[in-house]
Design a protein around this ligand. Structure first.
Ligand code: NDP
Length: 292
């Protein structure tokens, strides 16, 4: 079997076109331009690239983006002052704090300080709680991107056995929570695996859908996959100047029925979902909320 390639780049481009129309309509009817404020602390080159890509995507979709660059010697209080300013600025609808932050700044304290109505990454406990209860305000960008890929690829998720590798707050945990909800690209039976999981391959070999988000290059090998399974690779790892996923792409694509490449799979979807959340936040600001 050779797996169908799930082309996240194409799906994301399509979603972004539709979103640009929605942004334009929203701006025309409200006179409000959705606005994402990004905060970048320090000089980490990878973070700078991520932020730049997000800003470019905003610009192409008609979303205003502003970048607040802070030196890595900024104190936690200094960063919190900026977040409070952005929380109180009515022209700003979404606030993105690019991670990781320098070690002397407590990530949790900073992320909790972003007002839930502008929390477009869906990190705030209020938004996580709403998502877990199945009544989301925002959906976390990467897991939401994965769900959209499953949906647009026509993959049967309801009733399937999904195994999520990784339990981070940003990918693994929300991914599992979203797959187990009632609704589209959901209704799965879900197992979450992590570094303390025993007999991992015995578990993954039963999965109809595997979502790998562990940050270990080519960790998921062909012998860990049930023939015909769907494999979603969230991992982005730099190996000898090349980006590779958490899945051993070549051999696994001989066993799986569908697979996402790295790059060009989940990554572009994450950005598309961030833009969508920014529009949602702008809608919230004018009382035109859409999520049910
Ligand atoms: P984290 O490092 O926060 O979490 C990794 C998770 O994998 C942890 O839960 C860890 O378990 C688990 N893990 C590590 N080793 C193993 C192992 N040997 N067996 C089973 N589980 C293991 O990573 P993130 O969730 O932030 O990111 C994961 C990957 O996804 C990275 O490559 C990252 O770059 C990428 N990523 C991609 C995005 C995209 O847009 N495509 C967005 C965000 C991340 P434990 O909890 O026990 O330590």
């Amino acid at each position: 079997m050779t797996a169908a390639i799930i082309d996240g780049k194409a799906v994301a481009a399509d979603l972004r076109l539709k979103l640009a129309d929605e942004v334009s309509e929203f701006t025309r009817t409200t006179n409000v331009q959705p606005h994402l404020a990004a905060i970048l602390v320090g000089e980490d080159p990878a973070s700078a690239v991520y932020v730049r890509n997000k800003q470019k995507a905003c610009d192409k979709s008609g979303i205003r983006s502003t970048l607040h660059r802070l030196p890595d010697v900024i104190t936690e209080d200094g960063l919190l002052v900026l977040i409070h300013q952005l929380n109180n600025d009515p022209s700003v609808h979404g606030i993105l704090v690019q991670l990781p932050l320098p070690a002397h700044i407590r990530e949790q304290v900073v992320l909790d300080a972003v007002t839930p109505l502008k929390d477009v990454d869906c990190f705030h406990p209020e938004n996580v709680g709403l998502m877990v209860q199945g009544r989301p305000r925002f959906l976390p960008c990467t897991p939401h991107g994965v769900q959209q890929l499953l949906l647009t690829s026509g993959i049967q998720v309801a009733g399937s056995y999904a195994v999520v590798l990784g339990r981070s707050e940003i990918v693994g945990k929300p991914m599992a929570m979203m797959l187990v909800q009632r609704g589209a690209a959901a209704d799965a039976t879900v197992t979450v695996c992590h570094s303390r999981t025993k007999n991992l391959a015995d578990i993954t070999r039963q999965a109809d859908i595997i979502v790998a988000a562990i940050g270990k290059p080519r960790f998921v090998t062909a012998d860990m996959i049930k023939p015909g399974a769907v494999v979603i690779d969230v991992g982005i790892n730099r190996v000898e100047d090349k980006l590779v996923g958490d899945v051993d792409y070549g051999p696994v694509s001989e066993v799986a029925s569908a697979i996402t490449p790295v790059p060009g799979g989940v990554g572009p979807m994450t950005i598309a979902m961030l833009l969508q959340n920014t529009l949602t936040a702008a809608r919230l600001s004018v009382g035109r909320e859409v999520h049910g």
